[in-house]
Design a protein around this ligand. Structure first.
Ligand code: IMP
Ligand code: MG
Length: 174
């Protein structure tokens, strides 16, 4: 199927918003160290840009999960494909995600990470589609609330394509 990508948020808009979140996190965690947990692959672009803009000490870790279900619809049952390298115990953890859609993946993941006894646990997402929420999930830092459209870019893919776009675009199917 052929598709086109229409710009929803420009590179400048996204960069400015990430700067603002980085400033906010730097203030909120003053005097502490933050441990960023990136959910691969989608969260990776956002996490790198965000980490560069945080002015307190930062450590990073990565995990990869897959939800059983099709690419565009998650089931809420999450399988850990790659677990974190380090423990979370005693750390001030921020989970960095690309997008919260139904909320199924994140609510499951946050509960699981809470069991690992971090000192604190927050969620930061670049994008949020509140209209699509099925499961309640508390988001601490949100880049943009967006309408119920399928988006790509800045780490988000359609069929593994478009992750490298430096902006957020809406996929239009022809
Ligand atoms: P949730 O469990 O429904 O919140 O699913 C979240 C995951 O679905 C995200 O981490 C993305 O991988 C994927 N996803 C949801 N909406 C989009 C979208 O608009 N574009 C690309 N991937 C999406
Ligand atoms: Mg994701």
């Amino acid at each position: 199927m052929a598709e086109r990508v229409k710009v929803l948020l420009t590179e400048e808009e996204v960069d400015a918003r990430i700067q603002a979140i980085g400033d906010q996190i730097s203030r909120d965690y003053e005097g502490r160290q933050v441990h960023l947990v990136c959910v691969l692959k989608g969260g990776s672009f956002f996490m790198c840009e965000l980490a560069k803009r945080i002015r307190v000490p930062v450590s990073l870790d990565f995990m990869s999960v897959s939800s059983y279900g099709s690419e565009t619809k998650s089931s809420g049952v999450v399988k850990i494909v790659k677990d974190l390298d380090e423990t979370l115990a005693g750390k001030d953890v921020i989970v960095v995600e690309d997008i919260v859609d139904s909320g199924r993946t994140l609510s499951y993941l946050m509960e699981m990470l809470k069991d690992r006894k971090p000192a604190s646990l927050r969620l930061c997402t670049l994008l949020d589609k509140p209209e699509r929420r099925v499961v309640d999930v508390h988001v601490d830092y949100t880049g943009f609330e967006i309408p119920d459209e399928f988006v790509v870019g800045y780490g988000l893919d359609y069929d593994q394509k478009y992750r490298n776009l430096p902006y957020i675009g809406i996929v239009e199917f022809e």
